[in-house]
Ligand binder design. Structure first.
Ligand code: SF4
Ligand code: SF4
Length: 397
């Protein structure tokens, strides 16, 4: 494992961090996580040198923090730093002090190394100020319950800079990957936070897994470069190449993923990519960007939907349909869409499986999407294309 400077905090963080929001899902309810398998994978990652683990109050409906607490027994706690977050999206119903107490109990720790405002954007930033959450954070820090204060972010560059300038942050967690250099915090924001000595943790390095399975056109570009790398390795090395980034979180759901990502991290380095490699990545990003219709990262923040719509599942099929050129794959995607429930009596409430047509535009999910996707509108287009077999060009330019 390679280690890097954690901003101005004076400690070294593993190049690869363990994101605990995509643990192996349970069979009965796949929004939740399998305990024993998750513990095994997390400990395997720590054994390979990962020393930074990130979780969140709502991840896997609360399972993530509980599982991490169990995984950190038997001497593992002492080997790592843990990060979790106050859920701004639930701040009207979840109060700060009881929430932190619950998280410490779930994690079975006396303190949390890095405590974040979860998903700050224009509205939740104002809400954090209004609810005096900065003061509450500082009180928790004075009491030794948290060691450092940071925020994860989903909005635009001007909002990011405003938040950065508002408070002496110790870290920030941003969405960044070779596709997202000009949206969310952007490369400019990354440099701005770094110039202030703030530790930068990257999330969504594979854009919700999309960059792990690129379309054939993208694979052809990678192959014709003559450079042997997997699509995942390309995406991760792009990030580790940047001096501003402290660690890259990967949501790992199997031992194989942990092994592969740790092997990539072993080969990582700041400014290690050649001019040719950077050119390949630019070309790949340009080609890929044209294909993605809905920038869903499958974070599940919009779930569960009261109508049982599998929101990320529907968008994944739509994007897959856009990416695939082969007839057989298009047929398979259409078939997979037809397998989703078409009526509410067929919906599995524990395991949402409804197709896009079941959305009644109630708007309950609207404010929860960090990618600011207009979910009901995009679901309508999704059903038109996948359910009524309309042309993509009728709905997307
Ligand atoms: S707007 Fe549609 S997808 Fe969103 S919660 Fe309501 S029914 Fe579900
Ligand atoms: S639609 Fe938005 S909130 Fe829902 S899974 Fe996708 S990115 Fe996450």
């Amino acid at each position: 494992m390679k280690y890097r400077k954690m901003g101005s905090l004076g400690w070294q963080v593993s190049a690869l961090g363990f994101g605990c929001m995509r643990l192996p899902p349970r069979t009965i309810n796949r929004l939740r996580a399998k305990t024993d398998e998750s513990i095994r994978i997390i400990r395997h990652g720590i054994d390979l040198g990962i020393n930074y683990l990130d979780t969140g109050y709502p991840y896997h409906l609360g399972d993530s923090e509980k599982i991490l607490g169990k995984a950190l027994k038997e001497g593992y706690r002492e080997k790592v730093k843990i990060a979790t977050k106050f859920p701004m999206m639930l701040s009207s119903i979840v109060k700060f002090d009881p929430c932190l107490k619950t998280q410490l109990e779930r994690l079975k720790v006396d303190y949390i190394d890095m405590y974040l405002f979860h998903g700050l954007n224009r509205n939740s930033f104002e809400k954090a100020k209004r609810l005096n959450l900065f003061e509450k954070m500082e009180k928790a820090k004075d009491e030794g319950l948290i060691k450092h204060i940071g925020f994860s972010f989903h909005d635009t560059l001007p909002v990011f800079k405003e938040i950065i300038d508002y408070y002496p942050w110790e870290m920030t967690q941003i969405q960044y990957n070779y596709m997202d250099t000009a949206i969310q915090a952007t490369t400019e924001g990354l440099k701005y936070a770094h110039s202030k000595g703030i530790a930068i943790v990257v999330m969504e390095p594979l854009k919700g897994g999309k960059l792990a399975n690129p379309p054939q056109e993208v694979l052809n570009i990678m192959k014709s470069s003559g450079i042997k790398r997997t699509p995942v390795d390309w995406a991760l090395q792009f990030l580790w190449n940047r001096p501003e980034i402290a660690t890259v979180l990967s949501g790992m759901g199997s031992q194989k993923m942990v092994d592969e990502n740790c092997a990539s991290a072993d080969l990582s380095g700041i400014n290690s990519l050649t001019k040719t490699e950077n050119e390949v990545l630019t070309k790949v990003a340009e080609t890929y960007r044209k294909k993605i219709l809905v920038p869903c990262t499958a974070c599940n923040y919009c779930m569960p939907c009261p109508q049982g719509v599998d929101i990320p599942g529907n968008f994944a099929l739509l994007n897959h349909r856009s990416i695939e050129t082969s007839r057989i794959w298009r047929f398979m995607i259409g078939r997979n869409y037809s397998k989703l429930a078409k009526s509410s009596d067929k919906v599995d409430r524990d395991n949402p499986n409804g197709n896009a047509s079941l959305c009644d535009s109630c708007g309950k999910c609207a404010d929860n999407c960090p990618q600011q996707i207009n979910i009901p509108v995009e679901l309508e287009k999704t059903h038109a294309i996948l359910g009524r077999r309309k042309k993509i060009s009728d709905y997307y330019s």
